[in-house]
Design a protein. Structure first.
Length: 182
């Protein structure tokens, strides 16, 4: 499984290049339509070829990046997977209640975070030491809220709410709540 920070960097580069190509396409069309002496002349075949090119490029980019998104394989194969560890977390009154002070697992373990909200909609996010997000989900009361995740790197991870749940929601942070060992 590819680390989400690598995916983010790769997708930022790929989609920036795609956006630049689209902008250049729009500028070229604008130039062709407004140039002096030949205003309004744009061959239908040229326009159609450029549109087809952009569609193929965009769809190819989506297909190529789809296989790098770390949670896709787990979600697609979820019915065949069994968690190595299940962590039941309760959320109420702007507070995460963990089953133990520190959640521990090993690199490569599949960890199922089963999170239940008893009052509001919250977010459940797992963050690295540098505050970049590893994974997250929305936690809605009265619904199943679980996240199956495979940690690829050892370290300490923070849990925090990633959803606005009122002015008290900013305090929903538990530093070093998850420790992943080799």
């Amino acid at each position: 499984m590819v680390d989400s920070s690598v995916v983010l960097n790769g997708q930022t580069i790929a989609y920036t290049i795609y956006a630049v190509v689209v902008i250049l396409f729009m500028l070229a069309i604008g130039y062709m339509l407004t140039r002096e002496g030949k205003a309004g002349v744009l061959k239908t075949s040229l326009f159609s070829a450029l549109v087809v090119f952009l569609i193929i490029l965009g769809v190819s980019l989506h297909i190529a990046t789809n296989v790098t998104i770390p949670w896709v394989k787990i979600d697609l194969d979820r019915h065949n997977l069994t968690a190595d560890k299940v962590v039941n977390i309760k959320v109420a009154n702007h507070e995460f209640k963990l089953p133990e002070e520190t959640i521990t697992a090993k690199v490569g373990d599949l960890v199922l975070f089963d999170v239940v909200s008893y009052d509001l909609t919250y977010g459940f996010g797992i963050f690295r030491k540098d505050n970049t997000m590893v994974a997250q989900m929305q936690v809605v009361p009265g619904h199943r809220n679980d996240l199956l995740w495979k940690f690829e790197k050892p370290g300490e991870y923070t849990i925090r709410s990633t959803e606005y749940s009122g002015p008290s929601g900013h305090q929903m942070i538990i530093k070093n709540a998850i420790v992943i060992t080799k």
